[in-house]
Design a protein around this ligand. Structure first.
Ligand code: 11C
Length: 338
């Protein structure tokens, strides 16, 4: 029978995108169940339909440990605390939890999967598969075809992360502050640590003991786990910028052997999920403002990094809510289909 899909966190920015992606990929579901907190129960949400589920309204149900009866795939995006609370109930019901939070990503019994990079890792799950952090996902998609030419020694990355990483309230904060700033009104700072309108904040998630942030740490450890290579060194600086959707990253990669710009270009062109957008002579390179709502990881400004023996530099953009969250999760679900 076709799978029953539950969406945990259906009213959030990623939850809404789960539904859009299920529709866009025509995921062969027999039922889609929208779950959220008691506050949203009873709310109607539009669903465009997928598989055997016709277009129409879904009524949001309060998520409890009973919600997963007969569910095959549970797409979770409602924060690490709730994922931890619900894990046992989901797994006991026989469903596979595909979790977008940071709750289980580094657990030894939980695969961390980007379908273009390590699809085979879904085979060893024990009820939970983790979706990586958005900034890691787009970077490893770009690294994989290069790694296949020559193993990677070191990556230096600076991110330019959109407000969407903080969910719908964060996007609202960027809108609201921008309007207030232009009107000369007082700005309300609620979601981010500082004003985000007309600003950049080099601080995403909490600070750790070594003065890096947890977002930066995620890029270091998740990259090694997904790529299956503990020897890849990653130095990351993560920055929030006043962009609504799509994270961008400036990445310098050092390889153990030669990877020419031409070879990299060819590898990107042949790789599923990557679009090369790279023509300096016509000012063509990926930009967040152009790419909201897209599925691919976009690469431009590809060039040699001559400061190391074997190096390349590039610029990567992807829609954080789609490839960085909902799309990647649904692509993992596709890997589970018989
Ligand atoms: C951001 N990357 O842009 C974060 C959002 O660990 O899943 C996702 C956080 C996570 O704010």
């Amino acid at each position: 029978a076709n799978p029953v899909v539950a969406i945990a966190g259906a009213t959030g920015a990623v939850g809404q995108e789960f539904m859009q992606v299920l529709h866009d990929l025509d995921f062969p579901a027999s039922e889609v169940r929208a779950l959220a907190s008691a506050r949203s129960a009873g709310k109607k949400i539009e669903f465009a339909g997928c598989g055997q589920v016709p277009a129409g309204e879904l009524t949001v149900q309060e998520m409890t440990s009973e919600s997963f009866k007969d569910v095959d795939i549970a797409l979770f995006s409602c924060g690490a605390g709730i994922s931890k609370e619900m894990r046992e109930a989901v797994v006991a019901s026989g469903a596979v939890m595909i979790d977008n939070s940071s709750a289980f990503r580094m657990d030894a019994d939980v695969p961390l999967v980007v379908p273009e990079v390590n699809p085979g890792d879904v085979s060893w799950h024990s009820g939970v598969i983790a979706n990586p952090n958005c900034s890691t996902i787009q970077m490893v998609v770009a690294l994989k075809p290069l790694y296949d030419i020559a193993p990677i020694k070191r990556v230096v990355v600076s991110t330019y992360q959109a407000a969407s990483g903080g969910g719908a309230p964060a996007m609202e904060e960027l809108y609201g502050q921008t309007k207030d700033f232009l009107n000369g009104d007082e700005l309300k700072v609620e979601v981010f640590q500082h004003r985000i309108a007309f600003n950049c904040i080099p601080h995403i998630d909490v600070f750790l003991e070594d003065d890096s942030t947890k977002e930066e740490w995620k890029m270091v450890v998740e990259t090694k786990k997904i790529m299956g290579d503990e020897n890849i060194a990653v130095a990351a600086t993560c920055v929030r910028v006043p962009v609504l959707r799509c994270h961008a990253e400036s990445v310098n990669v050092e390889f153990t052997g030669e990877v020419s710009v031409e070879a990299a270009r060819k590898a990107f062109e042949a790789f599923e999920g990557i679009t090369l957008m790279d023509d300096c002579s016509s000012n063509i390179y990926p930009m967040p403002g152009l790419l909201a709502g897209t599925n691919d990881t976009y690469i431009g400004r590809l060039r040699k990094d001559s400061t190391v023996e074997h190096g390349l530099a590039m610029w990567i953009v992807a829609d954080q809510i789609r490839k960085g969250a909902a799309l990647n999760a649904v692509q993992i679900a596709q890997l589970l289909l018989p």
